[in-house]
Design a protein around this ligand. Sequence first.
Ligand SMILES: Nc1nc2c(ncn2[C@@H]2O[C@H](COP(=O)(O)OP(=O)(O)OP(=O)(O)O)[C@@H](O)[C@H]2O)c(=O)[nH]1
Ligand SMILES: [Mg+2]
Length: 616
Amino acid sequence: MTRPIQTVALVGNPNSGKSALFNALTGARQKIANYPGVTVERKSGRMLLPDGEPVELIDLPGSYSLDPSSPDEEVTRAVITGQQDGQRQPDALILVLDANNLEQHLVFAQEIIALGMPVVVALNMVDLAKRDGLVLDPGALGNALGVPVVETVAVRRRGLSELGDVLGQAADRQNTAPIISDNLDMSERRISARAMARAAILSETRQRRLHRGLDSVLLNPWAGPVILLGLLFVMFQAVFAWATPFADALDGAVVALSGWVTATFPENLLRDAVTEGLLAGVGSVVVFLPQIVILFLFILLMEASGYMARAAFLMDRMMAFVGLSGRSFIPLLSSFACAIPGIMATRSISDPKDRLTTILIAPLMTCSARLPVYAVIIAAFIPARTVGGGIGLQGLVLFALYLAGIIGAMLVALVLRRSVAKGGASGFIMELPRYQWPRLGDILLGLWQRAWIFLRRAGTIIFSVTVVLWLLLSFPQAGPGEDQVDVSIAGRIASGLAVVVEPIGFNRDMALALIPAMAAREVAVSSLATTYAVASDDEDETAEALGDRLARDWTLPMALSFLAWFVFAPQCLSTIAVARRETNGWKWPAFMLAYLFALAYLAAGATYWIAVSAGL
Ligand SMILES: Nc1nc2c(ncn2[C@@H]2O[C@H](COP(=O)(O)OP(=O)(O)OP(=O)(O)O)[C@@H](O)[C@H]2O)c(=O)[nH]1
Ligand SMILES: [Mg+2]
């Protein structure tokens, strides 16, 4: 017994063109846009079959599977299975597939066809496929799926009458069993989707093949993460290997300038302010410009080429493991430049607990302001030699420091998601952008912007904090036989603080660097440089490069402990202020400060004592 078709629903992955087809078939004006998730509720309209019979057509939100992970997917499932209150189950389905993403869309398609309802496939966007040199065989696809396949171009109203024809005949197939089995699991469906897509694709251009091949390697669950890790590894090697000649040259220039100022101008307070505050202090930070530029060169290249979105895709699983969604990836990634834009970017996370967790761990991502601190200590204490066949030891240590921050963040997230921000992971699927060659102009512009941000910070906040510190270090002036730093205001404050940080291996000079570093991370470097310049007895020592001075005065365990501190210690005050604004109160920023200080203290202490007992 066949009954006439009265209700038909449009189903398919997001962004496949369902609403565009709905509009074309019914004359409605549903919103369509080129991103997934435009339609979020059921909409119905009237269309006419070729024999003049009217049917009700339902436009549904896009879905990736019948196992819904969001409220809009829930709607789709309820309508298709006839569980929606007061609504009939549709008699037939129009399954809309994007011809350009066949393999991806065939996964959900199999689930729909296996339901056993009459299905007609609209192979949509064939215009774009043709433009990109993709030749498809709708007949082969129809055979593989066991349902009729019609090529359509929804936005040009092409293929609509053929679609109407096969829909009119769909009633005859109401009782035929589907040829697709309904007891496949997700990965089995993926495998057969790939086989079906291969069989339906007659030819494609070299470029499309190349891009697909790239994805199958870069997104491979085993090879993908290894390649990502390798890429990051190369990046940190380059930060040292490529930057060293430039950094040395800048360093030499600052030392020469300082020598010239000392030789040219009479000894007075202003000259000291210039040599000890401006040149030794701010200069010690500016020399890290090459490192910053190289770091961002890599980041910009990964973003522009389309790789960064794939990295997010790879990270999704790891994020899910600690109870975060892949949506946190972009905010966390932005935090590598600076936690402030990172915390602001969490606004795109809908789940409040998810968002809170992301805000709380954002400061553990190594912001670019910490790079000068890491770099100065590494350059002074880690020999510039290679280990294990050509791997630069300095780059390796830098890589480890970044990794320590990431692992720390994941562990903290794991704890938070089980305690104060309880909740489960939510699903995340994102459309991957196409690969492309980065444009040189864009990259240069991006580098210039990052360099300018860095230099502006050096000229404003780092400069002012260093000058204030220099004043506090220079007054009151020491009498004969007294040490200038000992008698200075800053020195006295630092001596008080040193009692607290002595157990983790810090000396007074290191303690002194911690307070101004709360204004901006880089100030840790400039304040050390200024402290040593003020403390030095003669002019040669004032102009001495900071690294040489550190290597002379600190032990290796002290240096490692200092590094560990900066991996975990709370970031600058502006970060705390932004966290307050975004969480509407002091409660969470206070929590953030407390847990980060505790973590930093423990990590630095553990590092120090392990290093000491290992005899380093
Ligand atoms: N070139 C071309 N573009 C199309 C075609 N069909 C749809 N589009 C475009 O594809 C985009 C997505 O179309 P929608 O109709 O919003 O897709 P949807 O399946 O309803 O998406 P969701 O509501 O998010 O599930 C829009 O920008 C359309 O203009 C087509 O056949 N050819
Ligand atoms: Mg839609």
